[in-house]
Design a protein around this ligand. Structure first.
Ligand code: PFF
Length: 450
């Protein structure tokens, strides 16, 4: 039976939900992943497809996750179970919750590693290592670090410990404070960095690269990656937002809230692009540099600007926090389920999930050094396989099924009541959730895999 509160606690206000969900959405996906996947896929047309996916697929699915979570008030697995039961359909729909929990582990297995890199860059920044770097020097610094397996493993472990510790303490205070102050700070620093990027002379090339919609450069695979990036960056398709929605107060507007979050998230991604690509072009670096792109370009900027030591250090601290507010939402669905189902304490649940995710992450940590020649079936290394599997397959699949569930399966009263829209507004929502979002994902899947 649905109740008006969750056993795991509740956000203290609508603003708190926005902050927490924005904290989940804004993370490495915006600052680290968006620029490098856009770079690898030719820029402009990729960015356009990404933006379309955010608007037409992402926002409808995000609203579905929030409303289902709020109606269910439990972990995504039990929410799906409960809502299926209430709607008189097969409780196998809970499998969607399981798929989501699994996606969380797969994502964390590489997310924790990259977040660990960001933490190491805090130390590099603070010790003045960025001073006077050249493009080649920055690339070498990155290669030396990621080639050092022990160091990468150490930072990965530290990050996973931090995540586990915060989740063990539960929804509420720590998180509330973290997001309230650090997210705006990140915003301000990005704006300042764009200001610097303008002075490098690379801004014109960067704008042309990101916004000239040259479709020749976009392949079918690129469209899939753009769609996957939209899911990843909004934390969709795995129940993170559903779990957060289950702690959301009844009086907040779902659509208004979700649109705000998507706009903030997209803003941060585009701003990161406007910081990184001018540096790429001004320093003769390659847009296709891959996962190291942010770690090679930004130290160059910090090496040049006045106060670069301080700003560089603060910037990587903020990236680390942005990663933490995302990683805690990656573990939350599995943790909430363990607490409900196994009646274990939140601490034990967090330790279990965090420990397992850490273990799986060893594969990604070693992909850049000891295991760099190792390939999984499919021909990619461990890190790239986990990234591909989660972003390009598991999240879109999960998201598509969530839309189908919210649009077609669940009892009509549930979305009607949760959304509180006018009849016209509801019809638009229903059209997007029933047709546009699931068919959009399906078309891309068919285009790429069939
Ligand atoms: N949205 C996060 C980012 O952009 O870094 C990553 C993420 C968090 C993906 C939570 C999925 C998720 F459930």
């Amino acid at each position: 039976m649905a109740s008006s509160a969750s056993v795991h606690g509740m956000w203290s206000s609508r603003l708190m939900f926005i902050l927490a969900a924005t904290g989940s959405a804004v993370g490495l996906g915006n600052i680290w992943r968006f620029p490098y996947v856009a770079g690898e896929n030719g820029g402009g047309a990729f960015v356009l497809v990404y933006l379309l996916c955010i608007a037409l697929i992402g926002i409808p699915i995000m609203s579905s996750e929030v409303l289902l979570g709020r109606a269910g008030r439990q972990s995504p697995i039990n929410t799906m179970f409960g809502l299926a039961e209430r709607s008189g359909v097969s409780t196998n729909w809970q499998l969607l919750g399981w798929l989501g929990a699994a996606s969380g582990f797969v994502i964390l297995s590489f997310y924790g590693v990259i977040a660990g890199w960001a933490m190491h860059y805090v130390v590099l920044g603070a010790s003045g290592e960025f001073g006077g770097l050249t493009g080649a020097g920055a690339a070498e610094m990155f290669g030396n670090f990621t080639g050092n397996a022990w160091l990468v493993l150490l930072w990965h472990a530290v990050f996973m410990l931090l995540t586990t510790f915060i989740v063990a303490r539960g929804v509420g205070e720590g998180l509330e404070r973290t997001v309230k102050y650090l997210m705006p700070a990140l915003f301000v620093l990005l704006v300042a960095l764009i200001g610097y990027a303008v002075t490098t002379g690379g801004m014109g090339d960067a704008l042309a690269f990101l916004f000239a919609f040259n479709f020749d450069k976009l392949t079918g695979g690129g469209v899939l990656i753009a769609m996957g990036q939209a899911f990843f960056t909004l934390s969709l398709g795995m129940g993170a937002i559903m779990a957060y929605g289950s702690y959301m107060p009844k009086d907040a507007s779902v659509i208004g809230t979700v649109t705000t979050i998507a706009l903030l998230d997209t803003g941060v991604a585009l701003m990161s692009g406007l910081v990184i690509f001018p540096l790429v072009f001004a320093n003769g670096l390659e847009p296709t540099s891959g996962p190291g792109l942010m770690f090679i370009t930004l130290p160059l900027a910090f090496g040049q600007i006045d106060g670069g030591l301080v700003f560089g250090t603060i910037f990587f601290v903020l990236v680390t926090f942005a990663a933490i507010t995302s990683s805690i939402s990656l573990v939350e669905p599995a943790v909430a389920w363990l607490v409900e189902h196994r009646k274990v304490s939140r601490r034990a649940a967090a330790a279990t999930v965090g420990g397992l995710a850490w273990l799986l992450g060893l594969g990604s940590a070693l992909s850049f050094n000891v295991l760099s020649d190792f390939r999984l079936p499919g021909g990619l290394d461990f890190f790239s396989t986990m990234d591909y599997l989660s972003n390009n397959i598991m999240l879109p699949l999960g998201g598509m099924l969530i839309a189908v569930f919210a649009g077609w399966i669940v009892k009509r009263e549930i979305p009607q009541e949760e959304l509180g829209l006018s009849p016209g507004g509801y019809a638009v929502w229903q059209f997007l959730v029933r047709f546009v979002a699931p068919l959009g994902v399906a078309v891309v899947f068919v285009m790429v895999f069939v």
